[in-house]
Design a protein around this ligand. Structure first.
Ligand code: SF4
Length: 484
């Protein structure tokens, strides 16, 4: 049986897809890269922007004929759009067999089996935020974590680990609290056990995931575990070389967490802390719960405690009522904070959010587009200048695999897997999350090597592996090569 799965959206969705694939493999499925020869086609969807939803509805439209010709194919919609649109998906695409919200993904294998046995269309979603007590709603958004599938990870050396689900912040533009349910933290013992298992499978870097990952709190007897405690426990796991966590909520960037990032060598000196806007009025309309002054203070504290730390951010441009003057305040914030990079989005109204209810989406699209370009150009200028400062420096790089260019070249040549010894353009990341590209050897993938940077642009550092002069005519690699 062949499974095709397409994933849209954030890292949380990538992890969910990994877990769904692992559970379907137990039922005998293998992955295929094409929907045409798949017995089951799944879309793991995102609802954060209209564009992401439109993409899925068009993909479903393209499958109408395939389903008519092969009625045995199972077509399923999973994730946030499934939770948000529920039965509407059956109305818009009646040939869809399965709708499963993010809190019910553990049911996917059973539901697919039932459909195959002639059980007809099936839908499993969690309770909406107003349809029960907090406890009932929490229970209906079950986390789905134990099964892992190395083949679905970004690389075999990196893995996402979910430490919490849901969100209680209710920013006015955001649909996440409705579709992912209340904020719930996983027990630390489960997270440590899962990370240990990943380390035993050869994983070197774990990326802890949560919508507001630094709001992590788990009560155990008299003790409340915070993210800083969790980082300290994960730091002890042998084999794990690097720990990252995304995404942070600015107000929860507490001193104990900054101290943990500063003092634990395996924790990346990189923080993703979305600011969203540089205007207090816009932040208030977004109900972000902090002011620009709070955000500036947090950044100043972070940089004072950890000189050289890299911080990245998210921004929404063209939020309801955003004036040119308010947008310029965002430009000022970006100039001042010098983010490593920023993810910039045009505001997209989401039905079901407070923003859609309270404020008209009144910034014209061409203004949103112009602000997007302007902010991106400023950010790129800053990223390029700050990356140039790395030229001539030696950085430690955890090597992830072939570079995108090398992968493209291999695909174009229809090449088989690279020879284990041949030279290959590789990519990896520094401790502060900067992408580095250099010529290496496939055996080095998964290792940490010193790289000397000789060039840079806004997105990438270019380097070569550092060698040491260890004798009159002898140069050696500073880290001995090991076979993978
Ligand atoms: S903090 Fe705000 S933007 Fe982030 S997931 Fe929660 S509601 Fe959405």
């Amino acid at each position: 049986m062949k499974l095709y799965i397409e994933t849209v959206g954030c890292q949380m969705n990538e992890l969910d897809s990994e877990l769904v694939v692992a559970s379907l493999r137990k039922d005998g499925y293998e992955l295929t890269a094409s929907p045409h020869d798949a017995d089951t086609i799944l879309f793991n969807t995102c609802s954060v922007r209209q564009h992401a939803e439109d993409k899925i509805y068009s993909a479903l439209g393209r499958l109408k004929n395939a389903k008519r010709e092969h009625p045995g194919k199972v077509i399923g919609v999973l994730g946030c759009m499934a939770q948000k649109d529920q039965g509407l998906i059956f109305k818009r695409a009646p040939y869809v067999d399965l709708i499963v919200g993010p809190g019910q993904l553990h049911q996917v294998p059973g539901l697919v089996r039932e459909i195959r046995a002639g059980g007809g269309q099936r839908m499993e979603v969690s309770l909406n935020r107003k349809d029960g007590t907090r406890e009932q709603i929490e229970r209906s958004h079950e986390s789905f974590d134990p099964l892992r599938d190395p083949a679905m990870r970004p690389t075999p050396y990196q893995a996402y680990v979910r430490i919490m689900i849901g969100c209680d912040k209710f920013c006015t533009y955001c649909i996440v609290p409705s579709v992912r349910g209340p904020e719930q933290s996983r027990p630390p013992a489960d997270i440590v056990a899962e990370s240990r298992q990943l380390a035993n499978e050869g994983c070197r870097e774990i990326i802890l995931l949560g919508q507001t990952v630094n709001s992590y709190k788990y009560r155990e007897g008299d003790h409340t575990w915070r993210l800083s405690d969790l980082l300290a426990s994960l730091h002890d796991i042998e084999g794990i070389q690097r720990i990252k966590f995304v995404t942070n909520y600015p107000k929860d960037m507490t001193n104990d967490l900054l101290a943990a990032v500063r003092d634990l060598p395996k924790v990346a000196k990189y923080l993703h802390v979305p600011a969203q806007s540089g205007s207090n009025d816009v932040l208030a309309r977004m109900k972000r719960g902090y002011t620009v002054e709070d955000y500036r203070e947090m950044i100043a504290r972070t940089k004072e405690w950890m000189p050289g730390v890299a911080v990245s951010s998210d921004f929404i441009v063209g939020f309801c009522g955003e004036t040119d003057a308010e947008f310029q305040l965002t430009m000022d914030l970006v100039r001042e904070c010098r983010f490593k990079n920023s993810f910039i989005f045009k505001y997209s109204e989401r039905p079901g959010t407070k923003g859609a209810e309270l404020y008209p989406d009144d910034v014209p699209d061409e203004v949103k587009r112009r602000r997007n370009h302007e902010l991106l150009a400023l950010q790129n200028e800053i990223s390029e200048a700050d990356n140039h400062a790395f030229i001539g420096r030696e950085v430690e790089v955890l090597i992830e695999g072939p570079s995108k260019a090398a992968e493209k070249e291999a695909a174009a040549a229809d090449a088989e897997a690279p020879s284990p010894n041949g030279p290959l353009q590789l990519t990896g990341r520094t401790h502060c999350d900067r992408i580095v590209v250099f010529e290496g050897n496939p055996r080095q993938i998964g290792h940490t090597l010193p790289i000397i940077i000789y060039d840079a642009n806004a997105h990438t550092l270019f380097g070569e592996i550092a060698t040491r002069h260890s004798g009159p005519e002898l140069f050696t690699l500073s880290v001995p090569l090991q076979t993978a």
